[in-house]
Write a protein that binds this ligand. Sequence first.
Ligand SMILES: Cc1ncc(COP(=O)(O)O)c(C=O)c1O
Length: 488
Amino acid sequence: MRPPPPASQSLLELPLVRDTGALPLQRQLHDRLHQAILDGRLSAGSHLPGSRALAETLGVSRNTVAAVYEQLLAEGYVESDRQGTRVLALSRALNRPAGESAGLPPPRLAERLGGLHATHTRLEAPAYLRPGIPDLAHFPVAAWQRSLDRALHASGPATLDYGDPLGEPALRAAIAHHIGPARGVRCEPDQVVITDGAHGALQLCVRLLTNPGDTAWVEDPGYRGAKAALQAGNLQVLPRRVDAEGILISPQDWQGEKPRLIYTTPSHQYPTGAVMSATRRLSLLEAAQKHGTWIIEDDYDSEFRHAGSPIAAIQGLFEHTPVLYIGSFSKTLFPSLRLGFVVLPRQLLSAARSALGELLRCSPRHNQLALADFISSGQFSRHLGRMRRLYRARQLALREALHKHLQIPHTLDGGLCGLHLTIHLPPAWNDKSIAAALRAQGLNPFALSDFALAPQREDNGLVLGYGNTPTELLEALVRKLAGTLLAT
Ligand SMILES: Cc1ncc(COP(=O)(O)O)c(C=O)c1O
């Protein structure tokens, strides 16, 4: 019989690290042997030294070596019998030198991700004039902390368990009581399903109501997050233009393939700011009802109404509407809270209830309970009132600065609600290049054309967020913006 191949001598004799903070000796020895077996330095069939000998060489206890051999045995890297411990033959197909990834098959993403490209390049904070961010410095952290404390203390260990998959009953009730009077939404608490923001609500609508290949109509220009959620659901996403009265759907559009879903922001179209006219609301509801289409109404920023009386949600125009109403706390509180909701029509809720129980796993319960406390203690309404006043003043300051400094021809849209204004620019000013030039100066408005699936000539402009930009900076920032536009 041939003598067994010796295990690599130097590898086994190398001293272990004994500095403070170093890994335990047993762990170091295990890692060393394990790695050497994997990369072939300890080849199949080679004998490991006896535990006593190796313990002496390394200056560790025999128990330490014996424990490492035991672990390698349990993990299936070695076998042992009366003749000692031998390295087993392993497949080395997965083993490549560090940094070499050639062995991995080329990544093949799901086809439905093909059309998804992040185009709104985001700067790190402060990212002045970036749309969609509320003033985070004005968030009442102390009051929120009190709500979190109450949620943690009052609920006891039971809330560490899984909760109702559709959301905490207290939060669902608080939301239903708020959106009834505030937004004209007709619902009972059990129709409110808590989600991971508006985005989670959109994904849920897609999963509940569509099959791959179904058609969805979206506003164009419109919210990219909605298009992404629909596209990721393998839907055929068709752009529908937006004008001053909101999404434009002609009777001819209904003669082709009927959409399964229509995504719309009727109270304050994102990003143009159009408010859907009453005629259009009624004809949209009527056509959707007739053709078995569901409308997803995204009411993302209507809590911040700046002029005129509030425009009620289309969900509540009648007793039963084919509308899934979506809301989010990303603008009213803060985006990383990741809490939003969808109000399901009652007949849909009845049909989907048991599927929902399997599909959902509820958002973090303490955040939900804290939010329920924040709303029912009146903090939410007080915060909304303060922020409304702040944003109103900011919008005014932004308008005045634009009026004073912007010398090139432009029109200004939106502003009835929310946290942004949209400037339309003549075609000679390329909005993508301007947005890039502004980013280099720390300003982060988004190019209007990036919101469109099928950009038209008039989709050239900038979406200016004023939510998280201090009022006192607005004039200087607009001067910078105007200077960049003149220089382009
Ligand atoms: C139109 C629209 N809907 C919803 C949201 C909020 O999404 P989420 O709740 O997932 O943060 C945004 C955020 O920018 C938005 O622009």
